[in-house]
Design a protein around this ligand. Structure first.
Ligand SMILES: [Fe+2]
Ligand SMILES: [Fe+2]
Length: 214
């Protein structure tokens, strides 16, 4: 079905707008706040703060990448329904980015120096996934979100127990990612071939292990 709502030029302008909003120095997007946010931890040691900040730096890079993927996919999506799907989930990824950024600031951490590279690379990969067609693109979302869920589970075991705010953020993001993956599967996402899933895991591992340090 042709996309009657957004011409290619519309999509490019929308994408440019999304990118400009995310450049360093741009005002932080207003993100819906988490309900029932626990109080800020005051008893964290310096080492615990560093550990929590390193994990939130990885999550910030990952959420930025997720946003880039959705944006890239929306550039090459075929149907208006698919575009709607991508924009709805993409808006939630934008909130995730904002929450991670807030946690990084509260913990005295900094974002990954390679964030622009993760974001740009993800836009390119997302656009490629979209070119394969909406069913594959939806399957790509399901697999990505499954991997993010596993990654967040790992972070929940590594996060200092006292940092209840970061925990609340990760738990909410986990719930959202499960829903994103499930929605994409129900919307007709195809199961990706195993070698591709393996390749995606490898790329994600490269990003997360680099962002933890850089
Ligand atoms: Fe997310
Ligand atoms: Fe997600």
């Amino acid at each position: 079905m042709p996309d009657i709502h957004f011409s290619p030029i519309d999509r490019l302008l929308l994408a440019a707008d999304q990118v400009l909003r995310r450049l360093p120095g741009a005002p932080a997007a207003a993100a819906p706040q988490l309900a029932d946010m626990p109080p800020e931890a005051t008893e964290l040691t310096a080492a615990e703060r560093r550990q929590a900040a390193a994990l939130m730096r990885v999550n910030h890079a990952g959420e930025l990448a997720a946003q880039g993927l959705y944006l890239g996919q929306s550039l090459t999506a075929r149907s208006p329904r698919m575009l709607d799907h991508l924009r709805t989930a993409g808006a939630e990824e934008a909130a995730h980015v904002a929450w991670c950024r807030q946690r990084l600031a509260a913990l005295g951490g900094r974002a990954s120096l390679l964030d622009p590279a993760w974001f740009a690379g993800s836009v390119a990969i997302g656009a490629l996934a979209g070119l394969a067609g909406d069913a594959w693109s939806l399957g790509f979302i399901t697999e990505t979100e499954r991997q993010v869920e596993a990654h967040l589970d790992d972070h929940l075991t590594r996060l200092p127990a006292g940092d209840r705010r970061s925990r609340a953020v990760i738990e909410q993001m986990r719930r959202d990612e499960v829903r994103h993956g499930e929605d994409a599967r129900r919307a007709g996402g195809r199961e990706l071939p195993a070698p591709l899933r393996g390749l995606m895991r490898l790329a994600a591992k490269l990003m997360t292990s680099t962002a933890e340090r850089l």
